[in-house]
Design a protein around this ligand. Sequence first.
Ligand code: FAD
Length: 401
Amino acid sequence: MAVSFVTKAGPIVEAQAPSRDMDPRIDAAVAVARRHADAVDVEARFPREAFEELRAQKLLGLLLPVEAGGEAARVSDVAQICYALGRVCSSTAMIYAMHQANIACIVQHADATPKFSSYLRRIGQEQMLVASSTTEGNNGANVRMSESAIQSNAKGISLSRDSSVLSYGADADAIVSTARRAPESIGTDQVLVLFFREQYNLTEGASWDALGMRGTCSAGFRLEARGEAEQVLTTPYERIHRHAMMPVTHLLWAACWAGIAAGAVERAQGFVRKISRLAKGALPPGAPLATQASLSLMTLVNMVGAALADYKRRAASKSGLDEIAFQTSLNLLKVGASELAIETVMRALGAAGISGYRNDSEFSIGRLLRDVLSSSVMINNNRILANTAAASLLGGVPEQI
Ligand SMILES: Cc1cc2nc3c(=O)[nH]c(=O)nc-3n(C[C@H](O)[C@H](O)[C@H](O)COP(=O)(O)OP(=O)(O)OC[C@H]3O[C@@H](n4cnc5c(N)ncnc54)[C@H](O)[C@@H]3O)c2cc1C
């Protein structure tokens, strides 16, 4: 069956959508995610129904090559799904985004060996859900620095790691982790390693009782893993980070946050419509805020759409991904998308007033606001702004629009 990534929820950018046909698989997953979104949040539990559906619809392995059971889909296709899921269940969308970013890293940097090809086939055939461990100990979001190291001996490799924030660790089928290349390596000499469920033990440490994104179940774990030497990708993590982990993660996270913002705008618009019907056409005082929410959503959607198009163009000629201007813009996309998404949800809350503030109203914005606030914390915006300060100064301003 030909795949179309346009859903009832609509594309992020119309011009990027390959077709206007509905993809019933995506709509089916969105419907299930919507049905369970409140329970996932209240119970802070993994959105298992949505992931059963995503797995049944074979939407977990989309980015894998066809020979590995995937559909060789594009990152922009996956972004549409993140957006569609984000409109109904932030946790489902964010888990899906993190999983797909992990898949993108291992597909784009897969070693051309029979062993690694068999790993990819397994991921595709079993429609595995892949988690990632980059946050370690008290190192915060310093992704480009690892404490734990790969240990090697004649039997294979092992890794012992304090994964202090590991989303859906307990429900994942595999984990990709950063690590120092070897015990004698410095912290920034990192590799990316893939482990399958039966190869690791997770001992839960910090629990996950958070303000929002409660269904991501981002608890802390002690990870003890053993595997084959071939499970360590030979491409240095530094390159994987620049070409796949950072750009794809930021694009897909931004698509999720745009989805959450769209969900909030839909609620605000629904509220304004209802009040104006009751008032025989008179718009409530909050109506201009709903318009402002639509405006900031439009700006956000255009920002994500432009970044997706830029990534697609540069990914076609891999060298374009290394340009400082691109790296800076994708880092700043994370900050910009996060700020705009929060602003949009806040405006939607203003428009819906007490109906948005209540948890028990059909126009409630509460869960969406709590969820979207995670965007500034998840690799802290301050950290990114500080890290990109020098490059931003050097870049000056655009010569033209
Ligand atoms: C919903 C969610 C899911 C997550 N899932 C995962 C996962 O699956 N796997 C994983 O590995 N991690 C995960 N994380 C963790 C995430 O990737 C970050 O590592 C984590 O959010 C960092 O938290 P921190 O507060 O320690 O950040 P830090 O970046 O250390 O920030 C801490 C504080 O220091 C400040 N700060 C830090 N650096 C600077 C700087 N250079 N300049 C100025 N101020 C600075 C920040 O403003 C902030 O106030 C998740 C986080 C969230 C919120």
